[in-house]
Design a binder for this molecule. Structure first.
Ligand SMILES: *[C@@H]1O[C@H](CO)[C@@H](O)[C@H](O)[C@H]1NC(C)=O
Ligand SMILES: *[C@@H]1O[C@H](CO)[C@@H](O)[C@H](O)[C@H]1NC(C)=O
Ligand SMILES: *[C@@H]1O[C@H](CO)[C@@H](O)[C@H](O)[C@H]1NC(C)=O
Length: 639
């Protein structure tokens, strides 16, 4: 036994020292939700004390156009994801829309007193569906699906902006129209252009309540993309303005951003006239700064005389750069002054001095911190209102990006029950140990798990231990062979939030082959009440080690077990856990061969862990779609 503990520790420390090459080290994996492979984060804190409260909301995608669905098994990586600001997964939303690309995923607080989520579900790869705007409640049930307006190819990916009260939402539109080229001095010619516009729609009926577009409002010469000598184009035509954000103030006017005119416009909600232009060739403001190729232009505040707006000043695009680095800008506009003035009240440069050529977001948080999504690889940063850098984070992966990144508070109370998986290992009656894993996808308020077992089906549930929740998934090691296992999710006030199903503990199909040297053909389940009663000191606390979610094993000193045996069994359990932690990142084929070849004691347990891992996790599709297992993709039910 001790030999195995030592050997395992040695193996794991070697593995830590020299991690083998692997293609999925950037992804999390879970025993309870093997189909979820959420992205890991690299985070650097500069002043953690001053971070705003809240979670991160991202929607990773591998390619911005929808992928053809594959008949092969695919884990969930693409779609809406919530993390806490330590990078711990809170909600994997990919199963809700089956790995579809989603955009503009954020928490919504202006509908009623409950928090909601909203996002855009992208169009189908074969154009069979246009996509839609989704509003999801805090039980993760879909509340509304807002359909794309008429005559557009898709529900445009840039914006799904729920207005106060939750009755209406704003979205961008792209439509091809034929236009006369008189503005380019060619009155006898026509070309198709992609007209940029926006709609305000009823979220219940998808009815369009207000509609506006650039056709006959914004001339070709304002475009930085097309020029007077360009050849006319067929449908869908020149993307000459490229609308990428829309917001609305209390006065009922609309603020829009057109990337290909480097201009922000205020559109009258009364008559659709352009009230002013900021930036570009025809700015109405006196300003001592420039911006270009901007994204996510939003009101921070707005009244009759002043507007404060936030934006991401990319200062670059796919064609080149106008500025050395991208920045977020908070700009104050005085529209009562003559002439009107615009001044930068805060400029926050991209912390790594890079440029965000495409996409991105910038938002002022309720505590006045500023949260910026620099888009590529999920790079994002949080700043104090004076601009101080508090934190940067990015996906550990180069394979994914997110169009926008948000931070905000949210309370998730899934309707679905927590997921639990238990398995038992051991070589003789005295050293059986039950490993229990539990998670609850989307729950924000769990601080502790309580674990229960029953002596027989329908028997009394006996508390066998507790463990603080420190990660998405919590592992608990119980001494003995516990069967009919369940777990309760406990909040900070000690309330039970929900209970998992009662699950049978899985056993090896052949105990002897798995190293059993005890009596009979394998152990039978222990009676948890006898074990607990025999225990002098059932520890309610757990032996959580650092950030690892090792459950404290319930120390159950039943009479016929010496304390030395317990100590030994616990050493082994710890060694197994450590090795498990290493292996779940590795898919370690070498460890597998070494350990599977010996098959005894803890080696067996490790073998089980690796075997499970290998079956479920080894074949991870890379960006190029490396061939994967021949398992057909089952469409997951919503919820
Ligand atoms: C803004 O751009 C114009 C035109 O390129 C340039 O002349 C001016 O110096 C720029 N202003 C600032 C503050 O960079
Ligand atoms: C309008 O907003 C500006 C800037 O936020 C503020 O200084 C001013 O007091 C506001 N005016 C009114 C009438 O509220
Ligand atoms: C579990 O959490 C509680 C409350 O935060 C804390 O007092 C206790 O020390 C934690 N237990 C362990 C083992 O970390």
């Amino acid at each position: 036994m001790m030999f195995w503990a030592a050997a395992l520790l040695l193996l794991s420390s070697n593995a830590v020292a020299e991690p083998p090459e692997r293609d999925d080290a950037d992804l999390m994996s879970f025993v309870t939700l093997p189909e979820v492979r959420a992205l890991k984060w690299d985070i650097a804190y500069h002043d953690r004390e001053r971070l705003a409260p809240g979670y991160w909301f991202v929607a990773p995608y591998a390619t911005i156009s929808p992928d053809k669905p594959t008949a092969k098994y695919q884990q969930y990586q693409v779609g809406p994801y919530i993390y806490d600001d330590s990078g711990v997964l809170i909600w994997a939303g990919a199963p809700l829309y089956d790995n579809h690309n989603v955009f503009d995923f954020k928490p919504v607080h202006n509908i009623d007193n409950d928090p909601y989520l909203s996002f855009i579900v992208g169009w189908e790869y074969d154009d069979s569906k246009k996509g839609h705007g989704a509003i999801v409640d805090h039980h993760y049930n879909v509340k509304n699906e807002v359909q794309a307006p008429e005559n557009v190819h898709d529900f445009n990916m840039h914006e799904f902006n729920i207005m106060d009260g939750g009755k209406t939402a704003l979205a961008c539109t792209y439509r091809g129209k034929s236009i006369n080229l008189a503005d380019f001095g060619r009155p006898t010619e026509e070309s198709f252009v992609t007209v940029g516009g926006f709609v305000e729609v009823d979220v219940e009926t998808s009815e369009v309540l207000f509609e506006w577009d650039t056709f006959d409002k914004i001339a070709l010469h304002e475009s930085n993309m097309f020029h007077s000598d360009d050849r006319p184009a067929e449908s869908p035509g020149w993307d000459y303005v490229h609308i990428n954000s829309v917001d609305k103030n209390e006065a009922g006017d609309y603020l829009i951003s057109l990337r290909f005119t480097d201009t922000i416009y205020l559109i009258s909600g009364q008559d659709g006239n352009i009230m002013w232009r900021l930036g570009g060739l025809e700015s109405n403001f006196e300003q001592n700064f420039n911006f270009s190729k901007q994204h996510d232009v939003k009101f921070v505040s707005s009244n009759d005389t002043h507007h404060v707006i936030s934006l991401l000043n990319n200062g670059a695009d796919e064609r080149g750069r106008d500025e050395l680095l991208s920045s977020a800008l908070i700009v104050e506009l005085d529209v009562a002054a003559q002439p009107m003035t615009a001044k930068v009240v805060q400029r926050i440069n991209r912390p790594d001095s890079g440029v965000t050529k495409l996409r991105g977001s910038a938002r002022v948080l309720p505590n006045d911190n500023i949260y910026i999504g620099w888009s590529e690889y999920g790079y994002s940063s949080e700043h104090a209102s004076n601009g101080d850098l508090l934190m940067t984070a990015r996906f550990a992966s180069d394979r994914y990006s997110t169009y926008r990144s948000y931070k905000g508070e949210f309370t998730g109370r899934p309707t679905r029950r927590p997921d639990l998986v238990a398995s038992v290992y051991g070589t003789r009656e005295q050293d059986t140990t039950t490993l229990i894993h539990v998670s609850w996808n989307g729950a924000t308020d769990v601080v502790q798990w309580k674990f229960y077992a029953q002596a027989y089906e329908g028997g009394q549930s006996v508390l066998i231990g507790t463990s603080n929740k420190t990660d998405f998934e919590t592992m608990f090691i119980a001494d003995g062979y516990m069967d009919f296992v369940s777990a309760e999710a406990i909040d900070a006030d000690g309330n039970v939030l929900h209970t998992s199903e009662t699950k049978r503990t899985s056993t090896p199909s052949d105990w002897k082959a798995a190293g059993w040297v005890g009596s009979g053909s394998g152990p039978s389940p222990d009676d948890p009440s006898i074990m607990v009663a025999a225990s002098a000191d059932l520890s309610s606390g757990s032996s959580d080690e650092g950030a690892e979610s090792v459950g404290g094993s319930a120390s159950t000193g039943s009479g016929d077990r010496s304390s030395a045996q317990y100590a030994e069994a616990k050493e082994v359990a710890k060694a197994v856990y450590k090795a498990y932690d290493v292996i779940r990142g590795i898919g370690g084929i070498i460890l597998f061969l070494v350990v599977a070849g010996t098959m005894s004691g803890a080696g067996y347990a490790l073998w089980r862990v690796i075997r499970t891992r290998r079956v479920r996790y080894q074949h991870v599709p890379g960006e190029e779609g490396i061939p994967v297992e021949e398992i057909h993709l089952a469409s997951n039910p919503r919820g």
